[in-house]
Write a protein that binds this ligand. Structure first.
Ligand SMILES: CC(C)(COP(=O)(O)OP(=O)(O)OC[C@H]1O[C@@H](n2cnc3c(N)ncnc32)[C@H](O)[C@@H]1OP(=O)(O)O)[C@@H](O)C(=O)NCCC(=O)NCCS
Length: 198
């Protein structure tokens, strides 16, 4: 960690932020959640980067509630939503993600936040990271990527003006998740984690 600096994000970091995020997510269940610009927020946000030799090697963005349940779930205390946390694949497991999280927590405490929330998918390593950093699983549901040739072709016919739907993305909130896992090739758990800060 000696040569790593955790500091606030600046506009000049945008390209490095985007590149770091894309590379970090390559081996995760979010591999195709590609952003070409840094996300900007409606509410105040904690936006930090980790820099090593002039390169962005880690990032965290937390959007902060000013009123309860305006960004996060309706649970006790003002929340901060971790929209992005990522460490360059060559730099993972060196404490950079933890350093970013700890600095974000210190700032959140000063702002009076009571908790952090984060959504993540079914990457065991990532879930191990959240759990080892004090996050607790709240609930989950399924993200389902459907190729309509997987048995849903008839539900989405060609439109009168010639559009032929090919695929869809769906949230599954029913009570037979194993059926969905058997039926479709790409199904993810989407898990809400929470960490109390005080
Ligand atoms: C999740 C992530 C941010 C963690 O950052 P990091 O800098 O690699 O993690 P740290 O070095 O701070 O923490 C390491 C700890 O996390 C856990 N951990 C991390 N990777 C792990 C793995 N492959 N297997 C088991 N535990 C792991 C362990 O507790 C580990 O501690 P240890 O090394 O003492 O055993 C980073 O791995 C990442 O960017 N992953 C891909 C992007 C992503 O999926 N982001 C989250 C989207 S919601």
């Amino acid at each position: 960690m000696g040569d790593i600096e955790v500091r606030p994000y600046q506009d000049a970091d945008e390209r490095g932020w985007v590149v770091c995020r894309v590379l970090s997510f390559l081996d995760s269940a979010f591999f195709d959640d590609v952003r070409r610009e840094k996300e900007r927020y409606e509410h105040p946000a904690i936006e930090l980067v980790a820099e090593r030799n002039g390169e962005i090697v880690g990032l965290i963005d937390v959007e902060c509630e000013e009123e309860p349940a305006t960004i996060c779930e309706d649970r006790p205390g003002l929340g901060g939503m971790i929209w992005h946390v990522a460490v360059h694949p060559d730099q993972q497991r060196r404490g950079i993600g933890t350093a970013l999280l700890r600095e974000a927590e210190a700032i959140a405490n000063r702002r009076g936040l009571a908790r952090f929330e984060a959504w993540t998918r079914d990457d065991p390593d990532v879930q191990a990271w959240y759990e080892s950093r004090g996050f607790v699983r709240v609930y989950s549901y399924l993200h389902v990527y459907v190729e309509l040739d997987e048995g849903l072709r008839d539900a989405f016919p060609v439109t009168d003006d010639g559009l032929r739907p090919v695929k869809l993305f769906a949230h599954y909130v029913g009570d037979r998740p194993d059926d969905m896992r058997r039926r479709f090739a790409r199904v993810h758990d989407d898990v809400l984690y929470e960490r109390r800060l005080v």
